[in-house]
Design a protein around this ligand. Sequence first.
Ligand code: ADP
Length: 431
Amino acid sequence: MPLILGCIADDLTGASDLANTLVKQGMPTIQTVGLPADGLLAADNDDAAVVVSLKSRTIAPEDAIAQSLAALAALRAAGARQILFKYCSTFDSTDRGNIGPVGEALLEALGADFTIACPAFPVNGRTIYKGRLFVGDVPLSESPMRHHPLTPMTDSDLVAVLGRQSQGKVGLVPFQTVNAGADAIRARFAELRGQGVRQAVVDAITDDNLLAIGKACRDLPLIGGGSGIALGLPDNFRAAGLLPAQAADTKLPPGRGHAAVLAGSCSQATRDQVAWMAERRPALRIDPLRAATDDKNTAREAVAWAKERLSDGPVLIYATATPDEVRQAQDKLGATAAGEAVERTLATIAADLVEAGVRRLVVAGGETSGAVIRMLGIKRLRIGPEIDPGVPWTYSLDRPALHLALKSGNFGGRDFFLKAFDKLSEIGGPS
Ligand code: ADP
């Protein structure tokens, strides 16, 4: 099957979230970690979509642009007909970027003059009305995102936020238009274009809205948004005869080998998940101060602890802590050093666990997942069944071949960790 949709995601777990949506909508999709090496895309011609995961959310805008343009070039060379720029459903960015600068650079490179910005993800509570982004029941600026250490979101008005990041004009497709369906949305696109608008924030409250927006985006070379914006795209490709009508087979190989969970996220959802699993399975806490002074021995002891227990079922190793505990570690070590020490230690533990026969691994935390994937040297992931909204099982196409679930910190229900292993044995056959 020729490559149809090329996606550029600004982080790793966000990329899995998007790939998950595409697979659920019947589009065989592969996720690459970082920029595809030569021939990587061409070799995967069973896939109708490729999601390139960058780590470009909080880097300097110039670097984010350079990486995104390189990804664009690779995707176009592989035949992609349409490009999707994926960012977080909470529009994680600063006044410098990187959503506006990257969006405008991609537009220019594609020779296009108009795109949309729609991070709505209703099933996870992210909705947009009058250009304002809501997280659950509150505006973005009143949500926990206002305290984010790197991208604090203190303005819910996405037209204003994107406007500050962009050179060109930013407009709005209001809810009334979206609610009237794809034709009305397309007419509004034409109107905004006529006014010289280059990027339009699009209101969306339901998945039906996103389906209509997707339909209206059929002819746009570039689409910007969260994973929800991909809901309606596969139908466009099916209508054009590019994608088979039947749903893609998302079956991964059966889950085998030992099972472990590594948690480096301190987000509320992960804290609940860690507490839930710790009540049911063996759980070991990593002390960030010890990790910072002696990561090797911290990792070695954790792996020795795990090895004694792996044959009895899944184990949990976590650095997850409360905001107070995190602050204490950060006060002593500095925020960056504390984060890096924990990431390095968990990544070393991951590598040693795989060495010890772990083949089903759940990782909680975006940065943590990135550190683990890099340490394992994994470059390509096949996307499998969804565990909870936005989090699929994936299967590494490089050595070591293993099943991985990479969870964005705030995703998933309380029982996510053990549910993940249940889901894998259900879909992939007996372990
Ligand atoms: P999320 O997806 O929830 O943002 P991330 O893994 O991206 O999770 O980020 C969490 C960061 O917090 C990582 O850099 C991790 O190493 C760091 N961290 C984890 N536990 C602690 C802790 N106990 N003290 C300080 N930092 C921690």
